[in-house]
Every structure is written in structure tokens, then in C-alpha cells.
Ligand binder design. Structure first.
Ligand code: HPA
Length: 243
């Protein structure tokens, strides 16, 4: 079964033929929302809204461990995560869809591992390639087949939030090699790796990062970029399920 974790603007998947919903309890507490089960074509799909329905959890309040554990407990074999980002690199224009290949984690204080406490072994999950190459290849192929531009590669910076960054912070991220910035990519990707679930991240650029683009005085979200991007994300996922 394929899981889709929807971010801001993607609280449901129009192409999903829903069969049922279920709230899963986990040893780590409750996930953000009940899981929605269904199919796209012959592909079994489970959908989760990362922020809950009605966007109720801020990025630092999300129970990432419960979310990933819930998906794992349902036999999920791969995850496509969808998230909004700010564009840092000059070609990450609002409205673009990007498939990052790497990540730097600047978040802090989040429960970020399953391997802690006296009952767990010490495990150092390999994270050389945080995103699954096969999943990335499938997404690139489905975007090409759907005629949707999907930028291949880029480094995702995960900041703590919920506030946006200062322009100096964005310059620092840029100096570190980051191309886009969001607040929910971690520890989600690392927890998926700890559970051995292949994971890829479809990122929707919804604004220029602080100090970038033309409106350098203030970050301006572009609702049109979000609306158009959500439609493209839906099309890429639907095509992937039918390929
Ligand atoms: N910064 C951090 N997270 C974001 C942004 C941003 O500019 N845009 C969307 N998510």
C-alpha cells in the first residue's frame, strides 16, 4: 500500500475512491488525523493530513512518530510526502514543483527517533540518501507522463518554525547549500528511514524565502501558486498509481 502524507493545501486527494477511515492509536500517541483508505486505479492508497483536518497542528506540534508508526502498522510500503516550501535558489520560483534529493535539518526539540530509552537498542540509521532513489524515479516518470514540470533535485532545509526565517537566516541556509526551505520535512523523512519505508518528498514552492525574489521586505505567500501546485501534485500521484 502507498501512503500519501498531505501538507498545507492538500487535505484530501480528489482522485482517491475512499473506502473507509480509521483512527489508529500508537505507542507514541495519536496521529494527526484518522487515516483515509481507498484506491486510485488498482493501487491501494492511504491518505493522512499531516497538520490534521482543518490545519490544526503547527509544524513543531505534529506528532511525527505517531504519524509514521500509524502508517507502518497498516502495512504501508512506500510514502509520498507533500509539503509547501519557500524558494531560495533563483529557479525555485513560486508555483514550481520540486523533488529534493537531500536535506539539512535545522529543527530542534522534536521527537525524532524510535530508538531511544532503555527498551531500545542503539541504532544509527543510514541517511546518506534521505530520499528513496526508486520512488524519486517513479515520481519523475509520472510527472513526465502527465506533462507536469517537476524539478529534479535540490537540498531541502527544515527549519523549526512556526515563524518564518529572517533574511540573514536564509542567506546562511543558502551558504550551507540549501535550495528550498520548509518546516515539516524532518523528522518525518528520518522516521520513515528508521522504519525502512521508502520515502520521497514532493515540494510545492508557495513563496520566495525571506529576502529573496522581488518582495524582499516581507514574505508573500502566493495562493495561486498553491492552488495550481496542488492540482499538479494530484495529477502526478494519480498517474503514478495508474502506471
Ligand atoms: N519558510 C519556511 N517554511 C515554509 C516557507 C518558508 O518561506 N514557505 C512554505 N513553508
Amino acid at each position: 500500500m502507498l501512503a500519501i502524507i498531505g501538507g498545507r493545501g492538500l487535505a484530501s486527494l480528489p482522485s482517491l475512491e475512499v473506502t473507509h477511515r480509521q483512527l489508529i492509536r500508537t505507542p507514541y500517541g495519536e496521529p494527526s488525523c484518522p487515516l483515509t483508505y481507498g484506491r486510485i486505479g488498482t493501487q491501494g492508497v492511504v491518505f493522512m493530513a499531516r497538520h490534521g483536518y482543518g490545519h490544526s497542528f503547527a509544524p513543531h506540534e505534529i506528532n511525527y512518530r505517531a504519524n509514521l508508526w500509524a502508517l507502518h502498522s497498516q502495512g504501508v510500503r512506500c510514502i509520498i510526502a507533500v509539503g509547501a516550501v519557500g524558494g531560495i535558489r533563483a529557479d525555485m520560483v513560486p508555483g514550481s514543483l520540486v523533488l529534493p534529493h537531500d536535506i539539512i535539518d535545522y529543527s530542534w526539540g522534536r521527537k525524532h527517533t524510535f530508538f531511544e530509552g532503555p527498551d531500545h537498542p542503539v541504532v544509527h540509521a543510514d541517511f546518506t540518501r534521505p530520499y528513496c532513489p526508486q520512488m524519486r524515479a517513479r515520481l519523475l516518470a509520472s510527472a513526465a507522463q502527465s506533462g507536469i514540470a517537476l524539478m529534479d533535485g535540490g537540498v531541502y532545509a527544515c527549519t523549526q518554525g512556526p515563524r518564518l526565517e529572517s533574511s540573514a537566516e536564509i542567506r546562511r541556509l543558502e551558504g550551507d547549500g540549501c535550495d528550498m526551505v520548509g518546516q515539516t520535512g524532518m523528522p518525518e523523512a528520518a522516521l520513515a528511514r528508521e522504519l525502512d519505508i521508502p520515502y520521497a518528498h514532493l515540494c510545492l514552492v508557495v513563496n520566495w524565502a525571506a529576502g529573496k525574489g522581488e518582495s524582499a521586505e516581507q514574505v508573500a505567500f502566493e495562493p495561486a501558486a498553491l492552488g495550481q501546485g496542488v492540482a499538479s501534485v494530484g495529477a502526478v500521484i494519480e498517474t503514478l498509481c495508474r502506471m
